[in-house]
Design a protein around this ligand. Structure first.
Ligand code: ACO
Length: 361
C-alpha cells in the first residue's frame, strides 16, 4: 500500500511538470519563471485551456468575456452578501461557487473563475464591514480582484505583482486539490462540482491553508534573535513549520524564488521581507539539524504570505487568493480528465474483522 499515493501515477497530463529533484516547474511548456514574467492572468488561463474547450476565443476575447462574467457574478451574488458575511472566508467562497452553474462548457469555466474573484473581493469587504465593490469589466482580472478587495485601484506594480502570483500558482501537477478535481470530473459531474471539491481540499493547513499560519508563525517568533528558541520549542512539540517542506520538491520550490523576487519589488514589503529572509535562514538551519534525513526547504506558501500581506490582503483571505489563481488549473485538469476519461476508482485493502461465518473453524 502507498498511503500518500506518492508512487502512484494517476494521470498523463500536458499541463504541468513538477520536477522535484531539480526544483523545476514547467507549466504547459514554459518554465514558471518565464510564465510569471511574460504572461498575465488571462493569458495564462488561455494558455492552460487551449485545446480543452470547443470554440476557444483569442486571449483578448477571453479577457473581455472574463470581465463581463465578473459583472454577472456580482449581480448573482448580491442578494446573498449578508449570508456570505456570516461565514468564514473559505466557506463563504464555497457557498458563492455553489450558486454558479455546474456545466462543462467554456462559459461555465469563465463563470467559475469570475465568481472566485468576485466572491473573494466581496468577502474581503464584508469582513471589513464595508459594502462589496462592483467589478470593472474593462480592468485586468488581477487588478480588478485587488481593487474589489481593497476598495481602491492598485498601483501598476501592485497589479503586476498580484498577476505574477496568480500565474505562478496556476497549476502544479497532481497536488491534493487537483487530484480531487480530476476525481470529481471523472464522474462526469460539472466543472463547478470539481472546483468546489478542489477548494475543500485546498483549505487544509497542509495544502493551501498554510500561508495564514506562516504569518502567525512570523508574529510568534517576532525577532531574529528569538528565532532559535522558538523554532526548537515548536519542533519539540512536534509542530510543522508552515511554509517549509514539500511532498515532491527535494530542493527549493521554484515558486518561492519567483514570489520572493516579486515581493522585493513592492515598497510596502521591506520590513516584513527582511524579517522573513532572516528567519528563513534560521528555520532552514534548524530543520536541517533536527530532520537530517529529510530535505526540507522553503515552499511557495512562505513568500505567498509575505506578498499577499504587502498587497494589503488580510490573512483570512489567503486561501481564497490561492483558489483565485489555481481555479484555472483545476478547470484545465477537469477538462483534460474528461477528454480521455476513466472513472477514478482506486482499490483498498480490507483490514477489518471478517464476519464470524467466514472465519475458518
Ligand atoms: N516542519 C517540520 N517538520 C516537517 C515539515 C515542516 N514544515 N515538513 C515535513 N516535516 C517532517 C515531518 O514531521 C515528518 O517527520 P516525522 O515523520 O518525523 O514526523 C517528515 O518531515 C515528513 O516529511 P515529508 O515526507 O517530506 O512530508 P510530507 O510529504 O508528508 O508533507 C507537507 C509535505 C505537508 C508540505 C509538509 O512538509 C508540511 O506539513 N509542511 C508545512 C505545511 C505547508 O507549508 N504546507 C504548504 C505546502 S505547499 C502547497 O500545498 C501549496
Amino acid at each position: 500500500m502507498d498511503a500518500g499515493l506518492e508512487k502512484v501515477v494517476a494521470a498523463e497530463t500536458v499541463l504541468s511538470d513538477v520536477d522535484g529533484a531539480n526544483g523545476r516547474l514547467i507549466i504547459r511548456g514554459k518554465d514558471v519563471e518565464d510564465l510569471a514574467q511574460a504572461f498575465d492572468f488571462e493569458a495564462t488561463a488561455h494558455h492552460l485551456w487551449s485545446g480543452f474547450f470547443e470554440g476557444m476565443p483569442s486571449a483578448a476575447e477571453l479577457k473581455a468575456a472574463l470581465g463581463e462574467a465578473r459583472v454577472a457574478a456580482f449581480e448573482r451574488l448580491k442578494p446573498d452578501f449578508a449570508r456570505l458575511a456570516g461565514l468564514p472566508e473559505v466557506e463563504a467562497l464555497r457557498a458563492a461557487l455553489a450558486l454558479a452553474p455546474d456545466g462543462h462548457d467554456l462559459g461555465s469555466a469563465i463563470d467559475l473563475v469570475a465568481t472566485t474573484a468576485v466572491a473573494s473581493g466581496a468577502i474581503a469587504r464584508l469582513k471589513a464591514g464595508a459594502a462589496p465593490l462592483a467589478p470593472d469589466a474593462h480592468a485586468g482580472h488581477g487588478a480588478d480582484l485587488l481593487r474589489m478587495i481593497r476598495g481602491e485601484a492598485p498601483l501598476p506594480e501592485e497589479a503586476k505583482a498580484l498577476d505574477a502570483y496568480l500565474v505562478t500558482i496556476s497549476d502544479h501537477g497532481l497536488n491534493a486539490s487537483t487530484f480531487v478535481a480530476r476525481s470529481v470530473a471523472s464522474t462526469r459531474a460539472g466543472l463547478g462540482s470539481a472546483v468546489i471539491a478542489a477548494l475543500s481540499a485546498l483549505k487544509g493547513p497542509l495544502h493551501g491553508g498554510a500561508p495564514g499560519p506562516v504569518l502567525d508563525m512570523l508574529d510568534g517568533i517576532g525577532t531574529a534573535e528569538r528565532a532559535e528558541g522558538w523554532i526548537r520549542e515548536a519542533l519539540n512539540r512536534g509542530e510543522r513549520l508552515m511554509g517549509f517542506g514539500h511532498r515532491v520538491y527535494r530542493t527549493r520550490d521554484p515558486r518561492a524564488d519567483v514570489l520572493k523576487r516579486v515581493v522585493a519589488s513592492l515598497p510596502a514589503s521591506s520590513g516584513r521581507l527582511a524579517l522573513a529572509q532572516a528567519l528563513e535562514g534560521r528555520i532552514l538551519q534548524r530543520l536541517a539539524a533536527e530532520k537530517p534525513d529529510r530535505k526540507l526547504d522553503t515552499n511557495v506558501e512562505y513568500y505567498t504570505a509575505i506578498l499577499l500581506e504587502a498587497l494589503g490582503v488580510s490573512r483570512g483571505l489567503f486561501t481564497a487568493m490561492f483558489a483565485s489563481g489555481r481555479v484555472t488549473g483545476w478547470i484545465a485538469h477537469a477538462r483534460e480528465q474528461l477528454a480521455t476519461n476513466r472513472l477514478v476508482r482506486p482499490a483498498s485493502v480490507y483490514v477489518g474483522r471478517k464476519p464470524a461465518s467466514s472465519v475458518a473453524a
